[in-house]
Design a protein around this ligand. Structure first.
Ligand SMILES: *Cc1c(COP(=O)(O)O)cnc(C)c1O
Length: 382
């Protein structure tokens, strides 16, 4: 009774969300800080004074939200961690300044960046050639390849865990393929600089889409948004789930040229006209207007990450340099599974992947100062 295509599906497995006990959750790269107070206020007011709106279809194109996202990007440069804050006003740091104004027609919004990615895959990747990606990157990309029947060309990371950009380019040029990766990458946390990505795009096929997933960029990466001035095949995917404390609401977006955004709209309007509901549009716009608050949190998270990294290294752990809200680490003599289990027993969840090649590692989301202090105590005792 089942469709044949089901055989090609290998669903994504998210970090566990247990109900049996109140764990400290450092396993899904969620933000340890709550959303801005103004976001609760916006939701309450949407539920109360604009209650009748719940009975009506939302704006299918999220126009106010897209304007708010564009404004947020222009005022932060797309990297909260470096954003200069004065009162409640943000301005981009010198190195993050975007050499043009991002406009709403350069933004597409969807129901979480996972859904946005699925539209991107459908819009730009065909089954007639393989999609080039690193062997270790966001594990939803292979899932969508299965879903849409897109062949994959996965390129191993180099021995220092960086992307093998030359091999990726060789393969893309051999088959005239698109390229996708997360920058900073997951689960390693390593980041390519904007100029490194620019070099890659220059050498990649001109008539194929080049996708950069910036889910973690706000915690210290370099955004590729400024490169949209130079490359009309660049598609940047971003999410509210991590730096905007919004994982429970579901909101993600694309930044790209108006032409490519139009193409994604065509796909959206052929699948679900209204992916972003009224409450989420309202709360999302309120989040953008309070970017200063999230910028402060991103700065806290990145400082905590750097001190946690130093803590681990002083104790002989191997830690990959992270520009994200997590670290990827291992310790000689301890298996990844045993670290995960020992920490779980003490009430903290971290992430362990049993995938060969990275199964020695654990991925630890950076929490609040107090949460990290509890974790440090447990790790000291290991
Ligand atoms: C978390 C994550 C996403 C998904 O974000 P949602 O908006 O919650 O769907 C996409 N890409 C990467 C690399 C991520 O880590």
């Amino acid at each position: 009774m089942l469709a044949k295509r089901l055989e090609k599906l290998h669903p994504y497995v998210p970090g566990e969300q247990p109900k049996d006990r109140d764990y400290i959750k450092l396993n899904a790269n969620e933000n340890p800080y709550p959303p801005a107070q103004a976001v609760s206020e916006a939701i309450k007011s949407a539920l109360d004074s604009r209650r009748e709106k719940i009975g009506l279809y939302p704006d299918p194109d999220s126009n106010l939200l897209r304007q708010a996202i564009a404004d947020m990007i222009n005022s932060t440069g797309g990297v909260f961690c470096n954003t200069e804050i004065s009162g409640k006003k943000c301005s981009p740091s010198e190195k993050d300044k975007i050499p043009f104004t991002v406009t709403p027609d350069m933004i597409f919004c969807g129901n979480g960046s996972d859904e946005v990615l699925s539209f991107v895959f459908y819009t730009f990747f065909d089954s007639d050639r393989p999609l080039v990606m690193p062997e270790f990157t966001y594990s939803f990309y292979p899932v969508y390849c299965g879903y849409y029947g897109i062949p994959m060309d996965t390129i191993p990371l180099k021995s220092d865990w960086t992307l093998d950009t030359e091999k990726m380019l060789d393969e893309a040029n051999k088959n005239n393929s698109s390229i996708i990766f997360a920058n900073p990458n997951a689960p390693t946390g390593l980041s390519l600089s904007r100029s490194q990505v620019a070099e890659m795009i220059k050498k990649a096929p001109k008539d194929r889409i080049f996708v950069v997933d910036e889910a973690y960029c706000d915690f210290g990466g370099e955004s590729c948004i400024p490169l949209l001035a130079d490359f009309d095949n660049l598609v940047i995917v971003r999410t509210f789930s991590k730096s905007l404390s919004f994982a429970g609401m579901r909101l993600g977006y694309v930044v790209s040229s108006p032409d490519l955004i139009k193409a994604i709209f065509t796909v959206k309007n052929s699948f679900n006209h209204f992916p972003v509901d009224f409450i989420t549009q309202t709360a999302g716009a309120a989040s953008c207007e309070n970017a200063w608050y999230y910028a402060e949190n991103a700065k806290k998270v990145s400082a905590e990450r750097d001190s946690f990294t130093a803590f681990l290294r002083e104790r002989g752990w191997f830690v990959i340099d992270s520009k994200t809200n997590f670290v990827f680490t291992k310790k000689d003599g301890l298996s990844g599974e045993s670290i995960y289990q020992a920490v779980k027993k003490e009430g903290i969840l971290i992430r362990h992947f049993s995938t060969p090649g990275i199964d020695d590692f654990v991925r630890i989301t950076i929490g609040t100062h107090d949460q990290m202090a509890s974790l440090k105590k447990i790790l000291e005792a290991l």
